[in-house]
Design a protein around this ligand. Structure first.
Ligand SMILES: Cc1cc2nc3c(=O)[nH]c(=O)nc-3n(C[C@H](O)[C@H](O)[C@H](O)COP(=O)(O)OP(=O)(O)OC[C@H]3O[C@@H](n4cnc5c(N)ncnc54)[C@H](O)[C@@H]3O)c2cc1C
Length: 403
C-alpha cells in the first residue's frame, strides 16, 4: 500500500468485515480510498453464514478464492421446536436444491474471512491502510476531517462509518438509534464432533432463544447458544468435560460425541437500528447502522450489502462527475438500505420475541407460521429465495457484476 496521505476521496473507518469489503470495492474500482483501522481489541471466534449473494460479491471483488477452502456449504437448514410447550411447531426443513441452488451459502470463521479480506486489501494500489483509530470526526461543507488517535489527520469527501456498535462516525453525523435490549446472552463456541453434519445447519428453538449448529469444514461446527444471562454464567463456569456433555445434551446428540474447542465469545443481545443510514457526508455500514440478534444469519449479510451499495453509488457518482459525498448520494444510500434493513430487523425481532413469549396465542401464531411454511411449498420457496437474495436490495456486486 502507498505512503500515508492526508487527503483521499473516501475514508472508511473500521477494519471489520464490512469496512474491509467497502474499502476493497471502492479501491478496486479506482477510488482513492483510505482504511482507518487500528488493531482489533478482541479475538473474534464467531463464524459467519455467508448467504449466496454475499459469496457472489466476495467473488466479484477477488476475495472468495481466499475463503473457499475454509468454508463449509450449507445445503439444508432445519428449524426444530425444542420449547417443550403445549403448541409446538413441526420441524421445518429448507433445502437449497428446492430453489435450484447448490447451497444457501457457506459458513466461515470470521478470522479466515477477515484474513482473506486483508490480503486482498493489501494488493490494491488505490487503497491506503492507516493502522490507527479515528479519535474525532469533524464535518465541513465540502469534506470531512478525521483526527487520528496517534496524531495526524485525514480529509475525505465521504466517510464510510464501519466502526461497529459504538460508532463515532454515527455520532459525528448526528444520527440517533432505536434500540431494544433482550434478556438474552449469546455464547459462541466451535466444536469437533463424532458424526458428520452432512452440510445441515440445525436451529433448535428453545424457550430461552435459538441454539444453532452450523457446519464448518470436516467434523466441525460452530454453535451460537442463546440463553438467559444466568444460564450463560452457569455454562461458562463448567469445566471442559462438563461443557462437552452439556452441549451434547442440548444438541440432542445429533452430532454424536462433542468436544468444545478452547475459546468462546459472549454477546449481550440487542437490536439497534440507526434512524438514518447516512447524513452529512457520512454513510453508515454494518453494525454502525444496524445490530441484529444472531437469528437467520442476517447481520453481516446486511453489512456486506451496505458495503456493496455504497461502493456502487460512489463509483457511479464519480463517473458522472458528481459530488461523491453530497446529499444526493447520502440520501439515496439511506433510501436504498432502509427497506432491506428494517424488514429484516422486524422479522428477527418478531421471531425472537415469539420464542420468549409465555402468551399462548403468540406461541400458537409462531407454530402456525412454521406449520404453513412446512406445508405450503410456494410459500416456503418464496421465503427461501427472499432469504438468500432479497428482491428489493440487490446491489450489482451481489449479482456477481463488477462496479
Ligand atoms: C453470536 C453472533 C453470531 C453471528 N452470526 C452471524 C452470521 O452467521 N451471519 C451474519 O451475516 N451475521 C452474523 N452475525 C453478525 C455479524 O457478526 C456482525 O454483523 C459483523 O461482525 C459486524 O461487522 P462490522 O464490520 O460491521 O463490525 P465489527 O466487526 O464490529 O467491526 C468494527 C471495527 O471497527 C473498529 N473501530 C471501532 N471504532 C473505531 C475507530 N474509532 N477507529 C477505527 N476503527 C474503529 C473496531 O475495532 C472493529 O474492528 C453474528 C453476530 C453475533 C453476535
Amino acid at each position: 500500500m502507498a505512503d500515508r496521505p492526508d487527503t483521499c476521496e473516501v475514508a472508511v473507518v473500521g477494519g471489520g468485515p464490512a469496512g474491509l469489503m467497502a474499502a476493497i470495492a471502492l479501491a478496486g474500482a479506482g477510488v482513492a480510498t483510505a482504511l482507518v483501522a487500528g488493531r482489533p481489541v478482541r479475538v473474534d471466534n464467531r463464524t459467519t453464514a455467508l448467504l449466496a449473494g454475499s459469496v457472489s460479491a466476495l467473488d466479484a471483488i477477488g476475495v472468495w478464492a481466499g475463503c473457499r477452502a475454509d468454508a463449509a456449504a450449507l445445503r439444508v437448514m432445519r428449524i426444530v421446536d425444542d420449547t417443550g410447550r403445549l403448541w409446538r411447531a413441526p420441524e421445518v426443513r429448507f433445502e437449497a436444491a428446492e430453489i435450484g441452488l447448490q447451497a444457501f451459502g457457506w459458513n466461515i470463521a470470521n478470522q479466515h474471512l477477515v484474513a482473506a479480506l486483508r490480503a486482498r486489501a493489501g494488493a490494491l494500489p488505490a487503497l491506503v491502510r492507516i493502522d490507527d483509530d479515528a479519535r474525532d470526526i469533524a464535518v465541513g461543507d465540502d469534506d470531512v476531517t478525521i483526527t487520528l488517535a496517534r496524531g495526524g489527520a485525514l480529509t475525505a469527501r465521504l466517510v464510510v462509518g464501519a466502526d461497529g456498535r459504538r460508532s463515532i462516525c454515527r455520532a459525528a453525523a448526528g444520527i440517533e438509534t432505536e434500540r431494544r435490549c433482550y434478556p438474552q446472552t449469546a455464547l459462541t463456541f466451535n466444536l469437533t464432533h463424532a458424526r458428520p453434519h452432512r452440510d445441515i445447519s440445525t436451529e433448535f428453538h428453545t424457550p430461552q432463544g435459538p441454539f444453532t449448529l452450523v457446519p464448518l469444514p470436516g467434523l466441525r461446527s460452530s454453535l451460537v447458544c442463546v440463553v438467559t444471562p444466568d444460564d450463560a454464567e452457569r455454562l461458562r463456569e463448567l469445566d471442559a468435560a462438563g461443557l462437552d456433555r452439556e452441549i451434547e445434551r442440548r444438541s440432542h446428540s445429533i452430532l454424536g460425541k462433542v468436544e468444545v474447542e478452547p475459546g468462546h465469545g459472549v454477546f449481550a443481545l440487542a437490536i439497534e437500528t440507526a434512524r438514518r443510514f447516512a447524513a452529512r457526508r457520512i454513510a453508515l455500514i454494518g453494525e454502525a447502522g444496524h445490530v441484529m440478534p444472531p437469528i437467520g444469519a442476517q447481520g453481516l449479510n446486511l453489512g456486506l450489502r451496505d458495503a456493496a451499495t455504497i461502493g456502487e453509488l460512489v463509483v457511479a457518482a464519480r463517473r458522472a462527475g458528481e459530488d461523491i459525498g453530497g446529499a444526493a448520494l447520502t440520501d439515496e444510500f439511506d433510501r436504498l438500505r432502509r427497506a432491506d434493513v428494517t424488514s429484516r430487523a422486524l422479522a428477527v425481532d418478531l421471531l425472537n420475541r415469539s420464542l420468549l413469549s409465555d402468551f399462548l396465542p403468540v406461541q400458537g401464531a409462531r407454530g402456525l407460521g412454521l406449520y404453513l411454511l412446512d406445508r405450503i411449498g410456494p410459500l416456503r420457496r418464496a421465503m427461501m429465495r427472499e432469504g438468500v437474495t432479497p428482491r428489493l436490495a440487490e446491489p450489482r456486486l451481489m449479482r456477481g457484476e463488477a462496479l
